[in-house]
Design a protein around this ligand. Structure first.
Ligand SMILES: [Fe+2]
Ligand SMILES: [Fe+2]
Length: 360
């Protein structure tokens, strides 16, 4: 079958084909009360990225928008050798690279949320997924506006692109919810939480706080809805979902150089450009990383930072039953620990569902 595209592909488009089944639902009764609550909360908490943030503030793109003291790279000799202005430029470009990943990731989230709206079988889940689609559109808009002010944009990291592509082209909505609402949004929730603490820019802090509130609701959807669907599945189908989750986690861990980030990371041409901006050779950067590790200098997270894998992603997968007994053997063989403590995750979700104030 030939794909029909509205426009001819261009260097900025990338067309995927998906095997997804989409589903009408003519029973408009609401069975899942928690989903109704999430939908109600989502409607109340809609915000307008254009009107509700002060875009008039000036940003000096040559100055870091992240507090350098919170920045693990300062421990590297190759970075310490830079002049003050080069170091500032390096921090500014690393921040722009990270924010570019937020922007591209948000576009992926926009498309997965739209796919969920099509494919989920329940009426109230379609309503909820439609609100998530709007949330993600707003996030794309907000980060695009911010990056426009920085006037620096980097391409999407191949690891993030592959993870979201695998999610978008999955054949079942439960896999999409696992790939996006648990794995990618687990990553995003921690990254946003940490960015909110690290940034020195008031506009970026307020933007990120607003996004965080929405994202916590998206992660909560995974728990409220997906767990029940997985419990109701035939055992073979459940194993298929567990296999998908394992492969997505393994790909993410491999991209990041292992669970502790100490192994070989997947090459990211965009980050190569960041290094080139300040004249650091990738080879020297890697050597400096190894040297810092040998010297026992670790990239410890400052207190209060959230670890996406340990605190959000794995506990979310375990809680919904996406880590079966068979899958545990796969995780063990791949030396990926299965973290089960969902307390950090739950406190973020409670904030999203209104049980407590968002503790930022
Ligand atoms: Fe988002
Ligand atoms: Fe989201």
């Amino acid at each position: 079958m030939t794909a029909i595209t509205h426009r001819q592909p261009t260097p900025t488009t990338d067309v995927l084909e998906t095997p997804m089944e989409i589903c009408w639902q003519f029973d408009y009764a609401i069975d899942v009360e928690k989903l109704r609550n999430l939908y109600a909360k989502a409607k109340e908490q809609q915000w307008n990225a254009e009107r509700d943030l002060d875009w008039g503030v000036a940003i000096d793109p040559s100055k870091p928008i992240i507090d350098e003291a919170q920045f693990g790279f300062q421990a590297l000799s190759v970075v310490r050798k830079l002049s003050k202005s080069q170091r500032e430029s390096f921090t500014a470009h690393v921040a722009a690279h990270l924010l570019s990943q937020f922007l591209h990731g948000e576009q992926g989230a926009l498309m997965t949320a739209a796919a969920l709206t099509h494919a989920v079988p329940d009426y109230e889940a379609k309503l909820y997924a439609a609100t998530q689609t709007m949330d993600e559109a707003r996030h794309v808009e907000a980060y695009q506006r911010y990056i426009d002010k920085l006037a620096m944009i980097y391409p999407m990291s191949p690891g993030l692109k592959d993870l979201i592509d695998a999610t978008l082209t999955a054949n079942h909505w439960v896999k999409i919810a696992i790939g996006m609402n648990m794995i990618v949004e687990g990553l995003a929730l921690a990254a946003f939480h940490n960015m909110r603490r690290q940034t020195t820019c008031g506009l970026l802090r307020r933007l990120t706080e607003n996004v965080l509130r929405d994202e916590a609701r998206h992660v909560a959807f995974g728990n409220v809805y997906v767990g029940e669907a997985i419990r109701d599945m035939h055992a073979d189908e459940r194993e298929d979902v567990a296999q998908f989750a394992f492969e997505a986690v393994k790909a993410m861990v491999d991209n990041q150089g292992g669970v502790d980030g100490r192994g070989k990371r997947r090459r990211d041409p965009g980050f190569g450009k960041v290094l080139a901006e300040v004249g650091i050779e990738p080879k020297d950067f890697l050597e400096s990383l190894l040297e810092a590790r040998k010297a026992g200098l670790e990239f410890e997270r400052p207190p209060g930072q959230v670890h996406s894998f340990k605190d959000l992603m794995m506990p979310a997968l375990v809680r919904v039953g996406a880590v079966t007994e068979r899958a545990r053997e796969l995780y063990a063989a791949a030396q990926i620990p299965v973290f089960e403590d969902a307390s950090v995750l739950e406190s973020m979700e409670n904030a999203a569902t209104g049980a407590i104030d968002l503790d930022l």
